[in-house]
Design a protein around this ligand. Structure first.
Ligand code: SME
Length: 152
């Protein structure tokens, strides 16, 4: 049954499922699936990958169809990639340059994904149809999880 928020159990399950896996796409697909189906309020979960300089391209995701490409200069995802910093947006309507793939999205949490060398290789984008759905604790928990899964 879906839960209302990110839990320690979910983090532990994702870590266990990805244990020993070194294929980046396999991990992205598994993480997207687990987060999307586990948390009631995560209405779109997926990765955009850095496929050429200053450009993000859609990767594994769950939810309605997402934009295929996002330049670093656009949207919440572009900001996370450009600034190499997590973006927690309580109200997407107040975010200058937000890309509305779905008009129902109200809040977003986007994390940069780093490889071992500290290079941004992707972003994890989680969108909610509820305003201010994400907390700074969620952001910190997911940052730690992503660092564990992609930099080791
Ligand atoms: N929310 C993103 C766009 C991607 S979709 O919502 C799937 C943004 O503004 O960066």
């Amino acid at each position: 049954m879906a839960q209302k928020q990110l839990s320690d159990d979910l983090v532990t399950r994702i870590s266990a499922l990805c244990e020993g896996e070194d294929d980046v796409i396999a991990k992205m697909a598994t993480i997207s699936c687990e987060l999307y189906h586990a948390v009631d309020g995560y209405d779109w979960v997926g990765f955009y990958r850095v496929t050429e300089p200053q450009l993000l391209k859609i990767g594994p995701y769950q939810g309605g169809h997402g934009c295929l490409t996002i330049p670093f200069s656009k949207g919440v995802c572009g900001a996370a990639a450009r600034l190499a910093a997590t973006q927690l947006v309580d109200d997407v309507n107040a975010f200058e340059g937000h890309i509305a793939c779905s008009s129902s999205t109200q809040s977003e949490l986007v994390l940069p994904i780093f490889d071992k060398s500290g290079t941004v290789i992707a972003v994890l984008d989680i969108d909610s149809d509820s305003p201010a759905f994400f907390s700074s604790e969620d952001a910190a928990t997911l940052e730690t999880l992503m660092a564990t899964l992609f930099t080791q």
